[in-house]
Design a protein around this ligand. Sequence first.
Ligand code: GAL
Length: 346
Amino acid sequence: MKIAHIVLSIFALSVSNGLCETRSAFEPGKIWLDNNGVHINAHSAGLLFHEGTYYWFGEHKIEGDAGNVAHVGVHVYASKDLYNWSDEGIALKVSDAPNSDIVKGCIIERPKVIYNAKTKKFVMWFHLELKGKRYAAARSGVAVADKVTGPYTFTNSFRPDNTMARDQTLFVDDDNKAYHLYASEDNKTLHISLLSDDYLQPSGKNVRVFENRMMEAPSICKRKGKYYFIGSGCTGWAPNAARSAVADNMFGPWVETGNPCVGINPENKMGPEKTFGGQSTYILPVQGKPDAFIALFDLWRPKNAIDGRYIWLPLQFTETGLKVEWMDKWDLSFFDCPTQNVSKVR
Ligand code: GAL
């Protein structure tokens, strides 16, 4: 009797701490607890699937507006099913050395990690701003690890292709060539830059795309030989309308296909004109489900950065481009529907 009581109390305690909660659906914009019952702290996500596990990298934020600069580093979580995430700690730590480019108080944004099969290294690129210089440096930082969860060793930071780089993402193509997409020229024009074979620096081959469109928050995927892009306009932490584009070739020409968003986020009443309150960060291919991709957005909370939310929604492909439809709750069975373009609201 007594033992049963104790077991029950431990169970009740774990449930109240969120420890036992197993998720089987996505709930865009809601608090998303990790295995310790803590809201996932990995903003501007970049994901990597490696040896049967997904890894979610993102900016670790702290409370208040102080959280808009880096106090901790890049956080990493692991999951087998995309719903339930375990905290794997800080993959890249900010430095205490005052002369380090990544000293505590710098800005580290939009970290993305890719795996180089030749060198067997995990390579992280991120947008770096130097401490106390606001957004003037416009650099990219690179860090490397032997193990997916790190620790990542910061190698260097620079202006790639000798030009400004802010919002960014990475993409590895089927031929293992990796590309760096970044908002350049004071955010006016996006650049797409082929990386060196070891993924550690630009190769020198790059193009300017979406000239003078102020295209930010780049995210990209490839489906049936075509490249698809989702980005945003340039309004800082405030949401604006999402944009999309398609190309047959990574280096273009890229054709804009409009705002892919449909529907409304009931919590903040924001629809397509504000991307449901979010901003694009990544497009995730779902393993084992052909043509299944999830579009990832951040719902920023700049006054209390740690409370930023995640909007994950299925990416649908239409005759003319992309569609991202708001859903309060959904799961991966969405992709089992033979015509993926038919939307299902659960
Ligand atoms: C956004 C950008 C974020 C962050 C923010 C700062 O436009 O996408 O990554 O840089 O501005 O205001």
